[in-house]
Design a protein around this ligand. Sequence first.
Ligand SMILES: [Zn+2]
Length: 246
Amino acid sequence: MLKYDSYYFQCPNCKAWLEGRNLKSELVNEAILYSDGKILYDNYITTPQKMIQCPSCGHNYWVEKPEEPFITTEVPPVIPYSWNTWRFYGINFSDNKGKLALITHYKLFLAKSHYDPKKEIYLRRLLWWAYNDLHRNFHYVRLKYFLNGFMSYGVWANYRRMLLEGERLFIKNLKDFNENLNRLLALLEKHPEERFDLEVPEIYRELRQFDKSKSLLENKTSRTHFTSEILRHLKWKDPRVFMVTG
Ligand SMILES: [Zn+2]
C-alpha cells in the first residue's frame, strides 16, 4: 500500500526539481505522539519541513505552505532529487552522529538570520525535538523490552547502546537545550496562538521546573490521557520526553 502522496517543486535559485511526500491523511491516526508534540508515523515525522536546503546548489529557502502553485503533483520532465536527499537535510536518524548533525543544521539556521516570531518558533520547536531525538524512547534501555520478545538480543543491545550514548550527548548539550527551551517559552508566551495544547507545561517539565508545570496542569479544567501522563512523569521528577500514545 502506498502510504504517501508525492508532490514536486523547484528550487527558486537553481530550478532543480525536488520530490516531496505527504503522509496519506487516513493514516495520521496510526501515528505515535510524544510528549514534546512530535508525531511519528513509521519513523517519519508528520510535520511538514518548511526550511529546505537545496541538494543541488545548497541554497536555503523557506516553504510556508507546500501548496499549488509552488508545488505540483505532475511528474516533472527530469528526474527529481528524491525526498531522502533533502528531508532533514539528508541526515541519517539511525545513529547519533546524524542526530547531532540535525541539531547543527537548526542552530546554523537560527544563527544565520533573524526570523519573524512564527518562523523562529517553528525552528526552535524542531531544534527542541532534535535534541530530544538523542534520547527519545529511552525506556527501551530497560531489560523488559528485550524480554518481551519484540526485538532480538542483538537489535535490542545495539539500540540500547545508541540510547545510552544519546543520553550522554543530551546531558553534554543540556545548557544549549535549556537555552533553546527558554527562548521558545518566551516566544510562546507572546504568541499563545502558536502553542500546542499542553506545550507550555511540557516545556516546564523538561526544564525541570516541576512545580510550575504541575500548577499549570492543575489549572486546566479538562483532564486528558496526555495530562495524566505528564502528571505521572512529574511525580517521578522525570524530565525526559516520553511516548504518550503509540
Ligand atoms: Zn538549488
